[in-house]
Design a protein around this ligand. Structure first.
Ligand code: LGS
Length: 448
């Protein structure tokens, strides 16, 4: 019987991961090094000196992980391909063993009736390309399209939904502006140029897809809505800067609107103009858009906060996750409605949503109780449902993450999984949140 939270029959329920965070064996069987291998092996970059050398050992345990997906009733699985596993030098020569790994994974998913959603780039740039300037080198648009073509042709007919780049903003903010993520640079000049090349690479890959690929392609953006801290004009100006720098820097040019005006103010002498033809490349029509969503922010004016001059005000009246992010589900509904308007009704998918909490260290009687994650999941699914009710064309929801995994520079200290991983034994245990999710999927949301 339909209840208030019944989702459409064809709603795509899934879970997401990324190659470097789960696979391990990143240098096995002829793979090349990525910037994350280098970054994580450089002392001082990673919490507790963690690396992705083993991670969830998914490279060897993918069959077991598909069994877990089956127990979760997943209809879809979003994963990323490690560029340097399939192209060790980033361009040219292919590594057949690397391609074969993804072949097997995709075939296994299809046999299990789970739709593979493939992301081309989730942050693990081949180190060989970083040696040639990485995202700063304009040639990267062609390198990326060539890499994309290899996957488009190889997985044709098996992968139907493609994502080009995961979270351009985080690549730039973490990799080139604040340096917390690989390759760890800290320069506004670099950030402005690298961001532009990320967008050009996306455009070049979409163009190539139209020539040689089959199915649907889009990009995955992180959006963190910015709410007013006060009605002071300087706070409103700060809010607008923060919104432009995080949420519209990539979205606006993708939608053919060029860069937001505010970026000139944010970057000052580091800002530069780019040729009109670049914007034509960037604005390629796409078939869908992915939204990664975790929290909102309430920024206030902060002249000393480089470079945006805005700082979030902590909302102490609400819960915060273990990573310190406010839990505020209504903002997910607002973001979906906003994005629906901004993209003129493009089909949207929540490609990541999830939370890290203080989970028990190991299973007791085969169970991992994670009540805060259950609560977070429940309320964000309800918020997503509200957005559908408000006319948003929302096609699916991917929980972040299928497994506890390497949370980038935070190492294994933060657990986002709906499945617990014991990193000593590699034993997997579906958490209470995973059990709930399986029920939600089975009942199309009726248990919510
Ligand atoms: O593991 C990553 C998840 C975890 O949280 C995943 O690989 C990324 O795609 C994604 O960026 N992820 C993520 N993002 C949350 C960002 C929230 C930022 C809030 C900052 C408040 C101070």
């Amino acid at each position: 019987m339909p209840t208030r939270y019944t989702f459409p029959d064809n709603f795509l329920w899934g879970a997401a991961t990324a190659a470097y965070q789960i696979e391990g064996s990143s240098m096995a069987d002829g793979a090349g090094e990525s910037i994350w291998d280098r970054f994580s092996h450089t002392p001082g970059n990673m919490k507790d000196g963690d690396t992705g050398d083993v991670a969830c050992d998914h490279y060897n345990r993918w069959r077991e992980d598909i069994e877990i997906m089956k127990r979760l009733n997943l209809k879809a699985y979003r994963f990323s391909v490690s560029w340097s596993r399939v192209m060790p030098d980033g361009t040219g020569r292919l590594n057949e063993a690397g391609l074969a790994f993804y072949d097997q994974l995709i075939d296994g998913l299809l046999e299990a009736g789970i739709e593979p959603l493939c992301t081309l780039y989730h942050w693990d740039l081949p180190a060989a390309l970083d040696d040639r300037g990485g995202w700063l080198n304009p040639e990267i648009a062609d390198w990326f399209a060539d890499y994309g073509q290899v996957l488009f042709e190889r997985f044709k007919g098996r992968v139907k939904t493609w994502g080009t780049i995961n979270e351009p903003w985080v690549i730039i903010d973490g990799g080139y502006l604040h340096g917390a993520l690989a390759p760890g640079h800290r320069s506004a000049f670099e950030a402005v140029i690298a961001a532009h090349n990320v967008l050009r690479a996306h455009g070049a890959a979409v163009k190539r897809f139209r020539e040689v690929g089959e199915g649907r392609i889009g990009i995955v953006l992180n959006i963190e809505p910015k709410y007013p801290a006060s009605d002071k004009p300087e706070d409103e100006a700060a809010r607008k800067r923060a919104e432009a720098q995080m949420n519209r820097w990539f979205l606006d040019p993708l939608m053919g609107r060029g860069y937001p005006e505010e970026l000139k103010d944010v970057y000052g002498e580091a800002w530069r103009e780019f040729p009109a033809e670049d914007f034509d490349l960037i604005r390629q029509p796409t078939d869908w858009m992915g939204l990664n969503w975790y929290t909102r922010a309430v920024p206030e004016n902060a002249p000393d906060a480089w470079p945006v001059r805005a700082r979030p005000v902590k909302q102490i009246q609400h819960a915060h996750t273990e990573t310190g992010w406010e839990v505020y589900p209504p903002a997910l509904t607002d973001t979906l409605v906003w994005l629906h308007e901004q993209t003129n009704g493009l089909p949207l998918m929540i490609t990541e949503n999830g939370s890290a909490w203080y989970d028990p260290p190991h299973a007791i009687n085969g169970r991992i109780h994670d009540p805060m994650r259950v609560d977070y999941l429940t309320n964000h699914l309800k918020a997503a449902h509200d957005a559908i009710g408000r006319g948003v064309n929302l096609e699916g929801y991917m929980a972040w993450s299928l497994l506890d995994n390497l949370e980038w520079s935070l190492g294994y200290s933060k657990r986002f999984g709906i499945t617990h991983v014991n990193f000593q034994t590699q034993e997997r245990t579906i958490k209470d949140s995973g059990l709930l999710y399986a029920d939600v999927i089975r009942t199309h949301g009726a248990v919510l």
